[in-house]
Ligand binder design. Structure first.
Ligand code: DHB
Ligand code: MG
Length: 221
């Protein structure tokens, strides 16, 4: 099935996703430096993130898990010129690549890249740090429920939280798989259920060039 999913994504992209030299350069630079491309969102997923931001006229965005900043550039593209993104990456090598790609993009929005474990960086923010309008959680999967709680503390009523990779080719329902990354996603589902700070949430499976996976979507109460 993977071949067909990839071909259909290519068909969708060729019709609906305009070629963007900066995003193409970001992918090329990532590959040229020997980093895997499967960690990045697909172009049609990047567009979905962009549209969610546009629909809600968000100005302040938080991203956990920058990787090569491909998604970061999609997020920035959706913001007005005075928009702000705080993006956090745990691995030095990824952060160096991301900073290079961000510099190269020369976008007017402010993109602040911090290196460190996302939970530590978030806990170190000042108490009065202004809440985010949109949060994309895409860092280490074993910490998703912790990231969700920290994100909710940095949200206001109406903040949207998107969590990537919540299906993992169905491994979430394979009870024999007890990898921390999979257990982390299961803990996230438990945390989402009846959470007092959440107005509504859902999760959607996706198939495409990045395989079979899914997003969870949260609207903060
Ligand atoms: C992995 C991480 C991601 O965020 C993703 O979108 C795909 C794969 C991974 O760690 O394998
Ligand atoms: Mg991801």
């Amino acid at each position: 099935m993977q071949k067909m999913w990839t071909e259909i994504d290519a068909y969708i992209d060729s019709h609906l996703i305009p070629e963007d030299p900066i995003l193409l350069q970001t992918l090329k630079n990532t590959e040229d430096n020997g980093f895997p491309d499967h960690l990045a969102v697909a172009p049609n997923q990047g567009m979905l993130l962009q549209m969610l931001i546009q629909m809600n006229q968000c100005k302040r965005v938080l991203e956990l898990g920058t990787f090569a900043a491909y998604s970061t550039i999609w997020l920035a593209r959706a913001l007005p010129e005075d928009g702000y993104i705080l993006t956090i990456e745990g691995r030095d090598t990824h952060a160096a690549l991301a900073q290079e790609n961000i510099n190269h993009a020369k976008l007017p929005q402010t993109i602040e890249l911090q290196v460190g474990r996302a939970a530590d960086v978030l806990k170190a923010l000042p108490q009065d740090f202004e809440a985010f309008d949109f949060i994309f959680i895409d860092a280490d999967k074993q910490s998703y429920s912790e990231y969700l709680e920290l994100s909710l503390n940095l949200s206001h009523s109406g903040t949207i939280i998107v969590l990537d990779n919540v299906v993992r080719a169905g491994e979430i329902i394979n009870s024999k798989n007890q990898k921390p990354s999979i257990e982390g996603i299961r803990d996230m589902f438990v945390a989402l259920k009846n959470h007092p700070k959440i107005l509504s949430c859902t999760a959607l499976q996706t198939v495409g060039s990045k395989g079979h996976d899914g997003f969870a979507l949260v609207l903060v109460k």
